[in-house]
Design a protein around this ligand. Structure first.
Ligand SMILES: *Cc1c(COP(=O)(O)O)cnc(C)c1O
Length: 319
């Protein structure tokens, strides 16, 4: 019996919790299985070389939020890395749907991943490897804990720069993150909630899994170089336009960040999240900023907007 037959085709209400475990469902090696049983080889170049691309989509109350922007980015990430994705766009979206459907999750994070895969025996040549595509749906969780979001984050600016965009293209969503890991430990050691990475010139780039905006004199400014072009960053531009808040893409020196009236970070898992201190020094009046609040409210209101949502059919199996 293949894992494909293991799960009944039923509405999520009827999903047997023993069969569709709460922690999610994966598609791997051509089959669907509980996420805890999804494993890759220790020899996979995705592991030994961080040679892989991924994306994170959000399912909110039974529908994807801005699905196609994530799918477009994932396909571009794979192409830029010269990863030959073994599934078509249509097959990919069908597999993501099926992971969610089988998990029964109404709020989920959904990740397509493609690694360089297993090398041919004795070969270190990436051209000899067979790309390994897998995907999974797991219960939704925020990048930043809800309590921290509500009070606002204290972000630390790391003392070492983010890896140069000339070395590793940060527009590819990837798992090459040792700079972020070092930055996170530094931030925790210094009593912060999370980290922002500067570039070699001291301009802010991004944090581990989020972009950043500063608001000064009513204008929201975000970096344009050295960071992933986040879907939520793109969404924030649209929300600001609707709220008649001017936006600008420009370098953000650390001093401009510290001198901002307010700041916020953006991520699929969490949305728009206020920043209230940098390196322990309060921003503005030290509370979440009023414009950040407006943008955050509109962001969540958009989860009811059919223009930005793609509903999932939990009853029918994908072809
Ligand atoms: C995913 C990610 C972001 C945020 O992108 P979204 O599409 O808004 O979720 C920012 N920076 C990095 C490094 C990321 O991996």
């Amino acid at each position: 019996m293949s894992a494909l037959d293991e799960f009944p085709m039923s509405a999520p209400e009827a999903v047997d919790p023993d069969i569709a475990p709460a922690e999610g469902i994966a598609f791997i090696d051509g089959d669907y299985r509980p996420l805890r049983d999804a494993k890759i080889s220790v020899l996979d170049f995705g592991f030994t070389r961080s040679d892989c691309a991924f994306d994170t989509l959000k399912v909110w109350d039974g529908g994807y939020f801005r699905r196609d922007l994530h799918i477009d980015r994932f396909l571009t990430s794979c192409e830029t890395l010269r990863l030959d994705l073994p599934v078509s766009r249509e097959e990919l979206t069908g597999i993501l749907d099926e992971c969610v459907r089988r998990s029964g999750l109404r709020r989920a994070l959904v990740k397509p991943v493609c690694t360089r895969g297993l090398p041919a025996p004795g070969s270190r040549d990436p051209r000899d490897a067979t790309p390994n595509f897998f995907a999974y749906a797991q219960p939704y969780s925020d990048t930043i804990k809800k309590e921290v979001q509500d009070r606002g984050l204290d972000l630390i600016v790391a003392s070492a720069p983010r890896i140069s965009p000339d070395a590793v293209d940060p527009r590819i969503k990837n798992y090459n993150r040792l700079d972020f890991v070092a930055g996170l430990f530094e931030a925790f050691d210094r009593g912060g909630d999370n980290v922002l990475m500067p570039d070699e010139d001291g301009n802010i780039t991004e944090g581990p899994g989020f972009n950043v905006f500063v608001v000064k004199d009513g204008e929201a400014v975000t970096p344009g170089r050295g960071m992933l072009e986040g879907v939520t960053r793109e969404v924030a531009f649209r929300l600001c336009e609707e709220l008649q808040i001017r936006t600008r893409v420009a370098p953000v020196p650390t001093a401009a960040l510290k001198g901002a009236d307010e700041a916020f970070i953006t991520s699929t898992a969490g949305g728009i999240m206020p920043v209230t201190a940098i390196d322990g020094e309060p921003l503005g009046d030290g509370g979440p900023g009023p414009r950040t609040g407006q943008i955050r409210d509109l962001y969540w209101a958009k989860h009811d907007d059919p223009e930005w949502m793609t509903p999932i059919d939990y009853r029918t199996r994908a072809p």
